[in-house]
Design a protein around this ligand. Structure first.
Ligand code: 3PG
Length: 307
């Protein structure tokens, strides 16, 4: 009998857990749960004899892979898979997957909510501004970026986008103007929403020079990963430009300093909550469990992310 572990330091909503268990149990698998764990040793112990693993942002590094002696498949229930050591998976012949698109709407809604929050002075009273008529730059135009664009259009915003994988033609049905360079994107965006993955190319790529290109009164929104923003550059632009605002779903390492200095122009959620909706949890959790069943029963590797 296959054993599948759901290891979530930040658990899925209970409705999602119920559905995940049902799908795996109906397939004839034993389901185990490790939730809200506080020490890595708990994860190392729990993965020892499982064949399948479902995680969220939980770190599945080489140590975890080495401890998981019988592991065949790991599914990151979500979009970004920078928490998985893909090379270690490949070396062991373990298939790694994500569940693209399943939590996109939740993240996109948070990004838009963050724009409104900053436009209205953190809901602290006083006169704010409207999103209608402003330009939003969508940096990274995958499932989340496209959803942000669609909602922003509904609010009457102009949308410009840049993604190495998109062309003008492919964005035409979405009425998204594709710009040619990142400088151009930042230069014309009153609001700039980050939706790029973190990797060696993108780490610290959002630097002072780029942020400083943004128009007067601009807001940078980060629901992607903290690593893509260069924190020295962020500190510098906030220091030098009293009009610049930054809001993030992932607290930068310099959070305390920024929160102390910039009460209105800086905000970070206490804990990453972009995908924290019951709908997103159900979508991603159900997709993850169905992908595990399809993999074990039919060898399906559609959403494989390692080579
Ligand atoms: C993702 O990459 O899917 C999002 O960042 C959500 O991550 P989470 O499952 O840890 O909330």
């Amino acid at each position: 009998m296959k054993r599948v572990l759901i290891a979530t330091e930040k658990p899925f909503a209970s409705s999602a857990v119920q559905q995940i268990i049902e799908i795996l149990a109906n397939a004839g698998y034993e389901v185990r749960r490790l939730e809200k764990y506080t020490s890595k040793s708990d994860l190392l112990e729990a993965v020892k004899d499982v064949h399948g693993l479902i995680v969220r942002s939980d770190v599945v590094d080489r140590q975890v892979i080495d401890a998981a002696l019988e592991l065949q498949v790991v599914v990151r229930a979500g979009s970004g898979f920078d928490n998985l050591d893909l090379a270690a998976c490949t070396e062991r012949g373990i298939v790694a997957m994500n569940t693209p698109g399943q939590n996109s709407n939740a993240v996109a809604e948070l990004a838009i909510g963050m724009m409104i929050f900053m436009a209205r002075g953190n809901f602290k009273g006083g006169s704010g501004s409207e999103l209608k008529g402003k330009t939003v730059g969508v940096y990274g135009c995958g499932n989340i970026g496209r959803r942000v664009a669609r909602i922003a259009q509904g609010l009457g915003m102009k949308v410009v986008a840049l993604d190495p994988c998109i062309t003008k033609v492919s964005m035409e049905p979405y009425e998204i103007k594709v710009v040619q360079s990142v400088d151009e994107l930042f230069g014309m965006s009153d609001y700039l929403s980050l939706h790029i993955p973190t990797n060696e190319k993108t780490k610290k790529s959002v630097n002072f020079e780029l942020m400083n290109k943004m128009p007067k009164g601009a807001t940078l929104i980060n629901t992607a990963r903290k690593e893509v923003v260069d924190e020295d550059g962020l500190k510098k632009v906030l220091e030098e430009r009293p009009d610049f605002k930054y809001i993030s779903d992932i607290a930068p390492s310099c959070h305390e300093e920024l929160a102390g200095k910039y009460e209105i122009r800086y905000y970070s959620t206490p804990k990453k909550q972009g995908a924290e909706t019951s709908e997103a949890n159900v979508n991603a959790g159900v997709a993850a469990s169905e992908q595990i069943v399809a993999f074990f029963k039919e060898g399906d590797q559609t959403y494989r992310v390692n080579k």
